[in-house]
Write a protein that binds this ligand. Structure first.
Ligand code: 3PG
Ligand code: MG
Length: 378
């Protein structure tokens, strides 16, 4: 991929106004009656760029989406909690209100995009994790003002690009999470590039069903069975061989006790639901990871927010952390799991991107990166 332009070449920025597209779509929770950011990882990722631009004399205005308010002003999705956290970490940087309060953002509307750079001299995309969205704030500014990639975005692209181009082998991918439809494309690509692809999480039940196993009441995407059969024929995909879950009729919910928890083999009885990989799968996956030289992990192995179904994800997190491999972890849930188990510092690279990192792996490029490269000002 052609190199992305960075902002260094703009030199001194005294008196200049720079718009920075960030992704401050951070998790929030109510604390003392108001929303507060509970994980500021994505804000911290943009601080070096803000410091650099400010030191060069620029006034910086940042813009982000926050949740999915569907093109309408909705106080529940105000960036106010993010603004408060940003002001603590980096006073002096302005943050626009939620871009998705305008229908023009997701519609990639040219006039809305142009309004963002009104009075702005330069644009920087420091939102790798939103660069798979061809939205106005990502696509339009590079057509109108000199534009550059931020250092964090650049590092994400270099890390993921390097992983795909020349990984040390064995290269093992671990994929989990719920929606199989979002991930089959990336499974296909990784099954070609990796030595092994370990599939866990709810998505694994569609693969298990495709193999003819009983999956009980577990989540299955019936539209994707044939595709799973084709992918499995390649021989590189490893599936769980057991599961932990709930007995039939057992209500699902965080407050549930241990009584309804069951362990299953490869067949899950009618009405029962699988919610984590089982202990044998966890140790089989850990063994493959122990021998890996490169690891890409995206997506939890189960419903790890519920302590009853966290063991599989924890086993994978520990195996990734102790592997000695170059390890790249992406996706909000996997990153949250690393935090939860205190392993964040034990991996090589934590991506701010979930969907974006998967789309980058699948397609080798993203709309937002293309917009930067195709900028007439590049
Ligand atoms: C994310 O958190 O996944 C990114 O910020 C993109 O958000 P979106 O999935 O709502 O487009
Ligand atoms: Mg997303």
């Amino acid at each position: 991929m052609a190199d992305l332009t960075t902002s260094e070449r703009w030199g001194d920025l005294t008196g200049r106004r720079v718009l920075v597209r960030v992704d401050f779509n951070c998790p929030v929770a109510e604390v003392d009656g108001r929303l507060e950011v509970t994980d500021d990882f994505r804000i911290r990722a943009a601080l070096p760029l803000f410091a650099d631009l400010t030191a060069r004399g620029a006034s910086v205005v940042a813009a982000t989406h926050f949740g999915r308010p569907q093109g309408r002003v909705d106080d529940r999705y105000s960036v106010e909690p993010v603004r408060r956290r940003l002001a603590q970490l980096c006073p002096g940087v302005e943050l626009l209100e939620n871009l998705r309060f305008s229908p023009g953002e997701e519609a990639d509307d040219a006039a809305f995009g142009a309004s963002l750079v009104d009075g702005v001299d330069y644009y920087v995309n420091e939102a790798f994790s939103a660069s798979h969205r061809a939205h106005a704030s990502i696509m339009v500014p590079p057509t109108l003002v000199p534009s550059a990639a931020g250092p964090a975005l650049e590092r994400e692209v270099a890390t993921l690009g390097g992983l795909l181009e020349s990984p040390a082998r064995p290269f093992v991918a671990v994929l989990g999470g719920a929606k199989v439809s979002d991930k089959l494309g990336v499974v296909r690509v990784l099954a070609q590039r990796c030595d092994a692809v370990l599939v866990g999480g709810a998505m694994s039940f569609t693969f298990a069903a495709a193999q003819g196993h009983a999956v009980g009441a577990s989540i299955v995407d019936a539209q994707r069975l044939a595709e799973c059969v084709t992918l499995l024929a390649g021989g590189r995909i490893h599936l769980p061989i057991d599961a932990r879950g709930l007995a039939a009729g057992e209500p699902f919910g965080r407050d549930g006790g241990p009584d309804g928890v069951r362990e299953f083999g490869e067949e899950i009885p009618e009405g029962c639901v699988g919610l984590d990989i089982g202990p044998e799968s966890a140790s089989a996956f850990a063994q493959v990871l122990a021998g890996a030289a490169t690891i890409l992990w995206n997506g939890p192995m189960g419903v790890f927010e519920d302590a009853r179904f966290a063991a599989g994800t924890e086993a994978v997190a520990r195996a990734v952390a102790s592997s000695g491999a170059v390890s790249v972890v992406g996706g909000g849930d996997s990153v949250a799991a690393l935090h939860q188990f205190g392993l964040t510092d034990e991996v090589t690279f934590v991506s701010t991107g979930g969907g974006a990192s998967l789309e980058f792996v699948e397609f080798g490029d993203l709309p937002g990166l293309r917009a930067l490269r195709e900028s007439p000002f590049a």
